[in-house]
Design a protein around this ligand. Structure first.
Ligand SMILES: Nc1ncnc2c1ncn2[C@@H]1O[C@H](COP(=O)(O)OP(=O)(O)OP(=O)(O)O)[C@@H](O)[C@H]1O
Length: 115
C-alpha cells in the first residue's frame, strides 16, 4: 500500500512538473492571459454559478488541448527535426483540434459574458 501511495505521489509530482513546463510555452502563456481576462469579465458581469462552471469547463478544455498540442509537437520534434509531410499532417491536425475547441469555447464565452 505504501509503495502504491509513493508511486501515485511521484506521478502527481511529474504531472505538476508538466504544468510548470507548459507555463514556459508562449501559446500557453497567451491562453493564461486570456483566462485572466475571462475571469475578470465574469466577475464584472456578475455571472451565476452555472455560468462559472461552464466557463471553467471551457478554460480547462482550451488549456488542456493546448498542452496536448504542445506535447504532440515536442514528440514529433523529438523523433526527427526533418521536414516531412507526415510530420506536417500530425502538427496541423493537432493544432486544428485546439482551434475547434477554442472556437466553441469563444462562442460559449461570448454568449455568457456579453449577450
Ligand atoms: N517536421 C516538419 N515537417 C513538415 N512540416 C512541419 C514540420 N514541423 C513543423 N511543420 C509545419 O510548421 C507548422 C508550425 O510548426 P511548429 O512546430 O513551429 O509549431 P507552432 O504551431 O509554430 O508551435 P510553436 O510556436 O510552439 O513551435 C506546423 O503546423 C507544420 O505545418
Amino acid at each position: 500500500m505504501k509503495k502504491f501511495i509513493l508511486k501515485e505521489l511521484k506521478s502527481f509530482k511529474c504531472a505538476f512538473n508538466g504544468i510548470y513546463l507548459a507555463l514556459t510555452e508562449a501559446h500557453i502563456i497567451i491562453q493564461i492571459m486570456a483566462t485572466v481576462l475571462v475571469i475578470a469579465t465574469g466577475y464584472y458581469q456578475n455571472i451565476n454559478k452555472t455560468e462559472w462552471l461552464i466557463i471553467a469547463i471551457c478554460i480547462a478544455m482550451v488549456i488542456g488541448a493546448e498542452m496536448m498540442n504542445t506535447a504532440i509537437e515536442k514528440t514529433v520534434d523529438y523523433i526527427s527535426m526533418e521536414q516531412h509531410p507526415q510530420a506536417k499532417s500530425i502538427k496541423d491536425i493537432s493544432a486544428g483540434a485546439v482551434l475547434v475547441i477554442s472556437i466553441v469555447a469563444a462562442i460559449i464565452g461570448i454568449n455568457i459574458l456579453f449577450l
